[in-house]
Design a protein around this ligand. Structure first.
Ligand SMILES: *Cc1c(COP(=O)(O)O)cnc(C)c1O
Length: 367
């Protein structure tokens, strides 16, 4: 049995008619940049996330850069974030010449530990970027309370959590601004790069919408600020509109697959901890496994692909060596990097495939 890690072909086959119709429509109209489909997608996703404004953009990374730029992040400003994430989160901060300040994670959820945030706040701190890792929201009530006390902004990096819930509230509505990604392998993915920024703040939205289109104002050729080109392609918006019709159902399927893994793997490996207050979208189903690298090889030999998100924390990566962190600074993140392992996870995974994976993991530990 050869199992794909994320089966995008199977998903395309399932929705092919609708996706192809959207693509044909965009091509027939020749309206490839912005236009009605972008507005329709923004409206539908704003409604879905319970936010007032949504701005499509070119990627999750650009969503973060747009949000930080709109918040007027300046060189030398500090932004607190997690060392256990994809590099884009801290990269966006550093790209704007501000300083990422890392705070260790919670050992159960792998999200930033709010209790450790206050000690990292200085008089240069401007804000906090929390990441909803693997599809489970960070603890925003605690994070927002700290931010209020110190007059900081909060950005929700919801690249992995679009569709998730926290205490009944939707992901992307939990902070000053939220950023998501439509990278193909994310829970709601397009056929290339894409992203979206969400906020209730009209002023921030106006700046973000302007920044993504060269600093455009209401008068097309009088640019009111320095921006860049970070628009979402209309073709991608069409593809997302087709896929979004099935998204609620896909969230249910992902959760059912996660429950099935947990039911049969619990006790054999450390299965993901989902807090009662959270509904995850399981962007990843990540276990903590003893002898992780050997298990990964064993599974590979049985046609089962796995992934390590993430093998190295951000504070020890070469690009951030100038920050002066060292090994041992964030022990929870570092330990997690050594045993984390993501199993195949997507809405179209079959129970037969999962049985094969579960059996292979169990056989490894019985040796
Ligand atoms: C994927 C991801 C991003 C970046 O999104 P892109 O669309 O690939 O630029 C940012 N943050 C996190 C946590 C991610 O997983």
């Amino acid at each position: 049995m050869n199992i794909p890690f994320v089966d995008l072909k199977r998903q395309y086959k399932a929705y092919k008619k609708e996706i192809d119709a959207q693509i044909r429509e965009v091509i027939a109209s020749s309206a490839f940049i912005m236009g009605e489909k972008i507005r329709e997608l923004e409206q539908r996703l704003a409604e879905f996330t319970g936010t007032k404004y949504a701005a499509g953009c070119s990627s999750g990374t650009d969503a973060l850069v747009l949000a930080l730029a709109a918040l007027d992040l300046r060189p030398g400003d500090e932004v607190i974030t997690t060392p256990f994430s994809f590099i884009a989160t801290s990269e966006a901060i550093a790209f704007l010449k501000a300083k990422p300040v890392f705070v260790d994670i919670d050992a159960q959820t792998f999200n930033i530990d709010p209790d450790k945030i206050p000690a990292a706040i200085t008089d240069r701190t401007r804000g906090i970027i929390a990441v909803d890792l693997f599809g489970q929201c960070a603890d925003y009530d605690a994070i927002n309370a700290i931010a209020r006390d110190h007059n900081l902004f909060v950005i929700e990096d919801a690249a992995q959590s679009f569709g998730a819930r926290y205490k009944g509230r939707p992901a992307c509505s939990l902070a000053t601004v939220a950023c998501t990604s439509f990278f193909p392998a994310k829970p709601l993915g397009c056929f290339g790069d894409g992203g979206m920024v969400f906020t209730d703040n009209e002023k921030l939205y106006t700046i973000i919408a302007s920044l993504r289109a060269h600093g455009m104002g209401t008068d097309k050729y009088n640019h009111v600020r320095i921006g860049f080109n970070a628009r979402l392609d209309t073709l991608q918006a069409g593809i997302l509109l087709a896929k979004f019709n099935h998204f609620k159902n896909e969230i249910k399927q992902r959760n059912a697959a996660a429950r099935y893994y947990t039911k049969y793997l619990d006790g054999c490996v450390t299965t993901p901890v989902l807090l009662e207050q959270n509904v995850s979208v399981f962007a990843q189903y990540s276990i903590l496994a003893k002898d992780r690298d050997k298990l990964q090889q064993h599974l590979k030999g049985k046609g089962i692909p796995t992934a390590v998100h993430y093998p190295q924390p951000l504070h020890t990566q070469t690009a951030f060596s100038y920050l002066g962190y060292k090994k041992g600074d964030f022990p929870v993140a570092e330990q997690t990097c050594n045993s984390i392992l993501a199993l195949p996870m997507h809405a179209h995974l079959t129970r037969g495939e999962q049985d094969h994976i579960i059996k292979a993991i169990k056989s490894f530990y019985k040796r």
